[in-house]
Design a protein around this ligand. Sequence first.
Ligand SMILES: [Ca+2]
Ligand SMILES: [Ca+2]
Length: 288
Amino acid sequence: MDLKKLAFSLTLSASLFAGCGDDSGSTTSTTTSTSTTTSTTTAEDFGTCSPGAPVLYRINALSIPTPAQANNGDTVGHNVDGRGDVCGVPDYAGGVDNSLIDLAAALPSLAPDDPIDLQAEIDNALNCAPDATDCTRLDLVVSVASGTNCVTVSVLDGAGADAETLAGPFVGSLDGSGNMRGVVPNLSLAIPDATDNGTVDISLSVSNVIITGTASASALTNVVIGGALIKSDFEQTIRDLLPQLGGDITFEDIGPILANLYDGQVSGGACEALSVGLTASAVVVAAP
Ligand SMILES: [Ca+2]
Ligand SMILES: [Ca+2]
């Protein structure tokens, strides 16, 4: 695995998107349990929903907001912790938390000769064809079943009947314009990542997930996903992963970057959650 892919694997976005590469050879697995949640978020209760048939949408664009977008006042995430500035890390407007912005911006300095471009990795995985053999497809599918002023939502790995559930199902709100909002405790992501030693499955877990978007018959637009990575699990995942990647990167290279980005408090008040935020869109999956 090259540095670009290593760094890619260290982020939520990384966790969401498999990099392209030779996926032949042995498969090993790095898994962490991630039941911890931050203590400062008050869960929103959207009640129950009696929805109709679900509609499947495949994510076709997924973006890490840029510092320029954040400075421009664009929507770059959610107020994951429900609080203002804590842990010495300033929020964006509206209390929005997103340390992924700064993490993504800092990663290129790890490899100036081969700058890390997380967004390019994301794009490659999303655009990888289902039958391609030279890349690994990222096939994130959002299932939305609408009821009266409510939705039931799941995030799936693919659109097949046997697709693994990555989040939910959870109930969210729905207004007359198709705007929906929901929260779910956990979004689980298992990322196959090609290395010189074969494919490594990277399992990550995002806590306190908030998902908003606008649903129509043909697409989901204005999708914003927020959440947090818990330090203990996230860093253990990295430590377990580094030897499998076969590169020269050590945890000591990465730790100092992460240390300044933990912006959310966990139980007990320690600043040990790293917020993430992504924007996305999705298009309806044609019925088989
Ligand atoms: Ca914050
Ligand atoms: Ca906040």
